[in-house]
Ligand binder design. Structure first.
Ligand SMILES: NC(=O)c1ccc[n+]([C@@H]2O[C@H](COP(=O)([O-])OP(=O)(O)OC[C@H]3O[C@@H](n4cnc5c(N)ncnc54)[C@H](O)[C@@H]3O)[C@@H](O)[C@H]2O)c1
Length: 373
């Protein structure tokens, strides 16, 4: 099988887990009971067939380093499950800062926050050229929440370089019809927006909400409070950057509710930054409803996960679906993959429906029987 050449903007905790995973899931593990992946192969592509050929960041501890070293630099703080990586030969280049670094980040200890590198910023031209020279086929966007300009800048770079785009964060690009049309017109695949972790707060909350609807339980009120201690949570202390994250997470739940909840009856969002939690994210979930005869019930759940590995396997499947589209000369929104792998896709489906659609998408492009059948 050929390699899947990817570029990444934002060498933070999510990228760290993704890159470690590419090396962790060696072909030798194929025979074992492989933990943590939804698919070993997608269209013949294994995780180890993914190669990072271009990388962009703005932090002085990452820019100029081999990407396989940069992922272990501070302020990254996610669990290291696979330390021993060879040099990749891909050096992290300086990106364009725009609104990627919130002013409030300057108020924190340098081990916890972003420190902008004192080198010349990348330009649209230099970044597009790097994407082209590297042979990258897909660009993954991992900008901090609230980076409206930076996320759109990297989407433009992908369009100009003529490559696919995966939007892992909640600036609405795939789910914005104007942007979706740009990718459709260029016949380039796009998956987005805002990656939905493997077994995180969103999929758990959605599954339970769908269960309430299917079992005829009226959902009256719900909240999902999340705490964590990584830079994603630190960045989200700036309330001005939160609007799209809250919308993405809230709509993901509203979309599967039997009846839409009034705004005052649903609260979903990042709730606090607790430094000692590092990349551990804890979700407190409460759902209040009415059973048979209008008799009340409630459910409380606490979920504790390491945030970044939780999304990396999903990213590996997004990359492989995007590659299948490229192999088949298909562009525009990948509807099934976006619905299954993202919180804020252009079209919402229940996770069962999205799973079946995604398995069908893969099977149709690889001549295999769908795993969902
Ligand atoms: N962990 C998950 O499960 C999950 C789920 C959904 C969405 N996300 C989203 O993915 C995004 C990345 O998450 P993370 O935990 O890796 O964040 P992070 O804070 O660890 O990493 C962000 C990286 O972007 C870099 N950066 C900032 N501005 C930049 C610019 N203009 N150009 C290039 N690089 C820039 C920072 O230096 C940092 O290395 C966030 O928006 C997060 O909300 C994560």
């Amino acid at each position: 099988m050929s390699k899947i050449k990817i570029a990444i903007a934002g060498i933070g905790n999510c990228t760290s887990s993704l890159v470690q995973g590419i090396y962790y899931y060696t072909p030798e593990r194929a025979g074992e009971k492989v933990p943590g992946l939804m698919h070993w192969e997608v269209g013949g592509y294994r995780p180890c067939d993914i190669e990072v050929v271009a990388a962009f960041d703005v932090d002085k501890r990452k820019v100029g380093k081999d990407v396989n070293d940069a992922i272990f630099e501070k302020p990254n703080c996610t669990t290291v499950f696979h330390r021993d990586l060879p040099k990749s030969g891909t050096i992290v280049k300086m990106g364009k800062i725009l609104d990627g670094v919130s002013p409030h980040m300057a108020n924190y200890d340098e081990n916890r926050t972003f420190i902008v590198a004192d080198v010349e910023e990348g330009t649209k031209e230099s970044i597009v050229q790097e994407l082209k020279d590297s042979g990258a086929e897909i660009l993954l966007n991992y900008m901090p929440v609230g980076s409206e300009e930076a996320a759109k800048f990297y989407a433009e770079c992908a369009l100009e370089a003529g490559i696919g785009f995966i939007n892992n964060m909640p600036v609405f690009i795939a789910s914005n019809p104007e942007w979706a049309k740009k990718f459709e017109d260029a016949n380039l695949p796009i998956v987005g927006d805002d990656i939905k972790a493997q077994l995180g707060a969103t999929i758990t909350h959605r599954t339970l909400t769908d269960l309430f609807a299917k079992r005829g339980v009226v959902l009256d009120r719900t909240y999902q409070l999340n705490t964590g201690g990584n830079t994603d949570f630190l960045n989200m202390k700036n309330q001005d950057r939160l609007a799209s994250k809250k919308e993405s997470k809230t709509e993901a739940v509203q979309a599967v509710a039997g009846a839409r909840l009034a705004d005052e009856n649903i609260h979903v969002g990042p709730s606090d930054y607790i430094p000692w939690q590092n990349d551990n994210k804890v979700c407190f979930l409460r759902m209040e409803g009415d059973l048979f005869g209008g008799v009340p019930m409630n459910l409380e759940l606490r979920l504790s996960v390491e945030d970044s590995p939780n999304s990396a396997g999903v990213a590996i499947d997004m990359i492989r679906c995007c590659k299948l589209a490229l192999d088949n000369n298909e562009g525009g929104i990948l509807t099934a993959a976006s619905a299954y792998f993202c919180k804020h896709p252009p079209v919402q489906f229940t996770d069962d429906q999205a799973y079946e659609m995604t398995e069908k998408f893969i099977a149709e492009r690889t001549g295999l029987k769908s795993a969902a059948e």
